[in-house]
Design a protein around this ligand. Structure first.
Ligand SMILES: [Zn+2]
Length: 108
């Protein structure tokens, strides 16, 4: 299994129930428009409404994350939308050709 962000480090940055909600969004294919630009990845997450997520990744670590949801402004941890995008990013890293990930390092 290849990934960009170690799944265990995702779990360290949110409560377990939030992680599980993120997993549900990911499993339900609620993440779209995954876009890469240097060290940044952005995406839209379709929950009760549409949320925009921006994440900055340096050396396989999330150094910045932003989401347009309310929860995101109330916590320094990851919201479920950020988690859903990170899980989608990991899945893409293990499935598609690596040239897509110009600014990212895939970990085997
Ligand atoms: Zn959010």
């Amino acid at each position: 299994m290849s990934f960009i962000i170690d799944p265990e480090t995702i779990k360290l940055r949110c409560p377990i129930n939030v992680y599980q909600k993120g997993q549900l969004l990911f499993n339900g294919n609620k993440v779209g428009r995954l876009n890469f630009d240097g060290n940044h990845v952005s995406a839209l997450v379709f929950d009760d409404k549409e949320y925009k997520v921006d994440i900055e990744i340096v050396d396989n670590k999330v150094v910045n994350h932003k989401c347009t949801c309310k929860e995101s402004t109330q916590t320094i941890g990851f919201c479920k939308h950020v988690i859903a995008v990170l899980l989608t990013l990991n899945r893409a890293a293990s499935q598609s050709e690596r040239t897509v990930f110009a600014g990212f390092k895939v970990i085997d």
